[in-house]
Ligand binder design. Sequence first.
Ligand code: AMP
Ligand code: MG
Length: 520
Amino acid sequence: MANFLDLEVDQRFTDSLPADYLTVNMPRQVLEACFSWVETKVPSNPSLVHRSSEFMKELKLEVEDEEAFLKVVSGAVPYPGAKAYAMCYGGHQFGHWAGQLGDGRAINIAELNIGSSNWKFQLKGAGPTPYSRRADGLAVLRSSIREYLCSEAMHHLGVPTTRALSLVTTGDLVPRDIMYSGDVQDEPGAIVCRVSPSFVRFGGFEIFTSRQDVENLTKLTNHVIKEHYPHLGEPSKETYVKFFAEVVDRTKKMIVHWQRVGFVHGVMNTDNMSILGLTIDYGPYGWLEDYNPGWTPNTTDAQHKRYRFGSQASIALWNLVQLANALFPLIEEAKPLEDILENYKKEYLAEYFEMMCAKIGLAERSNLDAQLIDELKELLESSSIDMTIFFRNLSQFEEPNTFLDVVREASYLEDEKFDNFVDSWSSWLHDYAVRLGQEKRSREERIKAMNAVNPKYVLRNYMAQLAIDAAEHEDYSLVDELYQLLLKPYDEQPEMEKWFAKRPDWALNKVGCSMLSCSS
Ligand code: AMP
Ligand code: MG
């Protein structure tokens, strides 16, 4: 066990990459630099809401001095021996090049060696930086609870993600217009300490290419390869191509996981795409309740639904095309990049198919199963079935008639409306029974395998909102309850059964549940 505040500072990013030569902390274009030195804002009355004891355990860390810990993770004092900085990146937002974005409200407080790994610790909401544009650099409690709980929940679901170490309130009020309707309210300020081996995004490469700054593009790429893809070898055109292929592969795997658990990121802009294929930047994300591939929780995207559940794979590809364009000056040949992107489509479909077969419990796969899966998806959508409940209960399938009642229970439709789908469901369940009969695995083996890919508990939109409502009255018990629940999302946890339930009616059109804006 090591004390969190006694770790070895090893600022690999800032030691090997160019810094902004200015240190004035005001919004501006930052040229020829990967980051700017900044200081965190001192909060007026910081208080710890939660700490991820599980993540601390994984890192073999302990906290010897609570006061000192709080000061560091709230930005009141720097991490001993480290120098804080904000990163420069650009990005395509909603399909359009947005120019420089950067860490507008995220400040890296330290790069620390823990065991044989180097982790970046970053405070989200710790004050303005040169990248804050017209905004304040702060974050509010509701969005911080959402990021804190979800990033840890995703990790325990087996989805690649950045992590969260702690959640604090700052004691400062932060004005926010939650639905961009002109109704500005003061909300409690908060800070999440996020942790990742790297916070570099696709947009980090794009910004240099957009400025025709190949020298710094090369530096950043070489650094990322050396630190995070060392097995690819020394920098060369071939290495850059291999690097791109691996980022494509990791991104694809992340999206397959999102589709498996029903996660909708909500803002898949290229500044929110991690170069390590991690889920990053939890804003207006959501979880599918009724199975609707057209759904996005992000009201800012309500018109075009660019980032809806069913489009995440093609949007990831679009984003990867932007990354390919950004890396092109290093490779100067389109063909190898195009081949990799072409492969993505095939491989994604194959991996998605594997994943769906696993969800319905098929160990041996045949091409005929694709039809069974397509029909299932159509039925889930048309008869408005709760995704998590359906797949979790499917492992208990014995025969079509009894299971039809389970399906009915999982539907958001009224009984009479569901009746319209009874024949189609009976027919699908019959085909499914026949297909299961061809499996060689025992029923027990199948149940075990299905329960390992179909979570029983996810952070349903209304659950996070209940925790937020209580937290705004300084009751953090639900934050802790959900944190504990989501440590073991695949376990039955009978005492927590109340969270294995359909979305309550009150949550259907409630702000924070089905509707979330980027205001955070
Ligand atoms: P997002 O879509 O939330 O990842 O944010 C897009 C960009 O806006 C990023 O560069 C953020 O750092 C920046 N940003 C978002 N909210 C704020 C804020 N309150 N203050 C400063 N910058 C922000
Ligand atoms: Mg972002």
